[in-house]
Design a protein around this ligand. Sequence first.
Ligand code: ADP
Length: 230
Amino acid sequence: KMKSEFVSTVSHDLRSPLTTIKGFVQLLPKVGPLTLQQQEFSAKILKGVENITELIEDLLDIGKIEAGVGLEMDVCQLDTIINKVVDDLRSQAEAKRQHLDVVLPPQLPPVWGNDLRLGQVIANLVNNAIKYTPDGGLISVRANNNNGQIMVSVQDTGFGIPLADQPYIFDKFYRVQSEEMEGISGTGLGLAIVKSVIERHNGRVWVESEPGVGSTFTFILPKYNGQQVD
Ligand code: ADP
């Protein structure tokens, strides 16, 4: 508990100086024209600030999810959440000429959950699929009703994950080290967030993957049974 509080306090304290750095770097061109080299350096500072900001947001999120803070539950329609998230990420897939498909049954029963966090789960999985799949690849998001459980999977034709790394990818800060992954930035917290959220919803998440072929991330959640389940 102390560790979570520490992370949350420090993350908050880090945010405001970062906002200052970002604000003033963005103001530089307004003071006078920048040389090409100065523009290049400012862009690097901004990229660095963005990376740390993402890390802090992820750390704050994981702290909140683990502490069960802000996890108000309600009846959620996963198909609506999937469509919205995919719409938001479609332009990123298009920029890599990837085919992003959504396959949903005509009627998907609701689940009991927090729609913001469930949206974050799907966004993290689709975002990873886009990030770790080469240009022109295929990504599909499916959902179905499976024996009283809702099953959602995100499949890609990407780099895949070596068997030896698979047990660790849901751990905080774990990232696969390989040539293909070089230059792809990330915090190593996305899948840890996915796992915490799904477990908080009494669900399960797992991966099936083959290097050079692709990966499928699947989670199952209990169907809403007409009563509050938490
Ligand atoms: P991040 O993407 O920020 O590194 P994540 O926790 O989301 O962190 O993922 C952990 C690691 O799992 C990634 O660094 C990557 O090595 C691997 N990974 C996640 N999703 C995929 C995927 N769809 N295809 C291949 N590797 C993946």
